[in-house]
Design a binder for this molecule. Structure first.
Ligand code: AMP
Length: 488
């Protein structure tokens, strides 16, 4: 049983914010997956795992808490993962204590042989399904929603593994990009609306890679082939790649926050380079919220491309007025508000030499609770700024994400409770502005937000939840852990 969580975002919903990689058809499969996970480290730092499979159908697994480098830099570990196929997973730190049993890929022995699955995203009906499965006698080993896939596959009456997985996918709701491995194929799947990303690459020496982002293809020298399409299931074996589209026809709703914050800037997601998009958002922000100032300073690292775009458009010098210490973890993972305050100081320092006596425009990607902004503004003032204007390259975050981006409950989101003027006061800025929703869509190459078919999931800014929040609706008073409920 997990320790009761002390994490500030702890509530009774699942938090999954992860990176996945799969390789088929390379004698170095596990090493390539480890490299891919290394490139996807920003998607999850809590734990990492790899499951490999030998051509005989024998599986091997290694998982551990911490970074990819902490777990997979040892040649002996990689050597213990033989085979020509492997899947891997990076897990995001969202709970204070994490049991190893929650670390993915999840592995199970079925009558057809071994099966491993790694999942990025969040299922919105996992609790409801889990209840039904527990009632049927399924014994859950973890508290991750991804285990629902394993049990749905186990009880499916279909004969092939692919059909069983399809059967499972038809029952789940939510956001998922997953890679799965069994003795016969590597399978990749994206949810019908394609909320989370998954791309296909080809290795120069032959072999196929699936990964959350193209930066994981680059690190292993794989050529980008294409995105797995929303609702598509790709089945990869020695004969090639087969595509199934059981959920065809739904308009896609790719997560807009991947562009704003989550994806690595050198990745190309859904055909669009993240870096260019972030710069264009910054330019649009500058057009929308110009203010007289001397310098533009990014809040590193997340605000850097947007600040560059802002500075270019505003024709102001771009300066590194805040220096980030890269050797501390993300402040988001700290367990209490008090520590998080401390964390920001550990993470950022003001560069007095460029700030003193200047009117400063600070650019960051988002305000969630406001903790970071408040500290940074204070720090920049203390370093001698005469004015501090905060500019944010996303619209106000007014709603929680239930599709795989870790956000606190709604009541803790600064923008859910305060208007922009109040927020400016709270964070101590002379002015505060967020990019408009239409401005964000313009930066993504659209005329503005099309309310009928926005093309992206922007629920965190609009409350427009495209996938039903079944658990939220049905289980408002559900217990924190169904394992506890089942056992108690
Ligand atoms: P806060 O201090 O709560 O306002 O958080 C805002 C800061 O956290 C910004 O600098 C963002 O770059 C960063 N951030 C936003 N969303 C997330 C997330 N889901 N996980 C980790 N960091 C985030």
């Amino acid at each position: 049983m997990d320790e009761p969580s002390t994490h500030p975002h702890a509530d009774d919903k699942f938090h999954e914010e992860c990176g996945v990689v799969g390789v088929w058809g390379s004698g170095d499969a596990a090493a390539l997956v480890a490299l891919g996970l290394h490139a996807l480290q920003h998607r999850g730092q809590e734990a990492a795992g790899i499951v490999s499979m030998e051509p005989t159908g024998v599986f091997h697994s290694h998982k551990g808490r911490g970074l990819v480098g902490d777990n997979f830099s040892n040649a002996a570990v990689i050597a213990s993962l033989p085979g020509r196929a492997a899947v891997g997973h990076n897990r995001y730190a969202t709970t204070g204590e994490t049991a190893l049993r929650n670390v993915q890929p999840l592995y199970a022995d079925f009558e057809f042989g071994g099966f491993a699955v790694a999942h990025n995203g969040n299922l919105t009906n996992a609790h409801t399904l889990k209840r039904a499965l527990v009632r049927r006698g399924c014994l859950f080993q973890s508290t991750t929603d991804s285990e629902v896939f394993v049990h749905l596959i186990a009880i499916s009456l279909y004969s092939t593994v692919t059909d069983r997985l399809l059967d499972a996918l038809k029952q789940v709701q939510g956001a998922y990009s997953l890679v799965a491995l069994h003795n016969g194929a590597l399978i990749g799947a994206r949810d019908p609306l394609g909320v989370r990303p998954l791309v296909i690459g080809r290795l120069p020496q032959g072999g196929t890679v699936l990964a959350s982002e193209t930066c994981a293809l680059d690190i292993v020298g794989a050529e980008f082939v294409r995105d797995v399409e929303p609702g598509e299931i790709v089945v990869i074996d020695d004969t090639g790649l087969k595509s199934l589209r059981p959920f065809a026809g739904q308009p896609s709703r790719f997560c807009i926050f991947e562009y704003i914050y989550f994806a690595r800037p050198d990745s190309i997601v859904e055909g669009t380079p993240v870096y260019d998009t972030r710069k264009r958002i910054g330019q649009e922000l500058a057009r929308e919220s110009a203010v007289a100032a001397d310098i533009v300073i990014p809040v590193p690292d997340s605000g850097v491309p947007a600040a560059m775009g802002y500075a270019q458009e505003a024709r102001l010098p771009f300066e590194l007025g805040i220096i980030r210490n890269h050797y501390v973890g993300r402040t988001f993972i700290e367990p209490t508000d008090q520590i998080r305050h401390l964390g920001v100081k550990l993470k950022h320092s003001a560069n007095r030499a460029v700030i003193e006596g200047k009117r400063v425009i600070l650019v960051d990607d988002s305000i969630v609770r406001g903790t970071t902004s408040r500290k940074i503004v204070e720090m920049v003032r203390a370093a001698g700024a005469t004015e501090v204007h905060m500019r944010i390259s996303s619209p106000p975050t007014t709603h929680s994400c239930f599709y795989g981006i870790d956000t606190p409950e709604r009541g803790k989101l600064l923008a859910a409770k305060h208007d922009v003027e109040e927020m400016a006061k709270i964070i101590g800025a002379d002015s505060l502005a967020f990019i408009s929703l239409d401005g964000l869509y313009r930066a993504l190459g659209h005329e503005g937000r099309n309310a009928v078919n926005p093309g992206y999931c922007d629920a965190c800014f609009t409350g427009d939840y495209a996938i039903p929040l079944v658990d939220q609706r049905d289980n408002a008073e559900r217990p924190v852990s169904l394992l506890q409920a089942a056992n108690g």
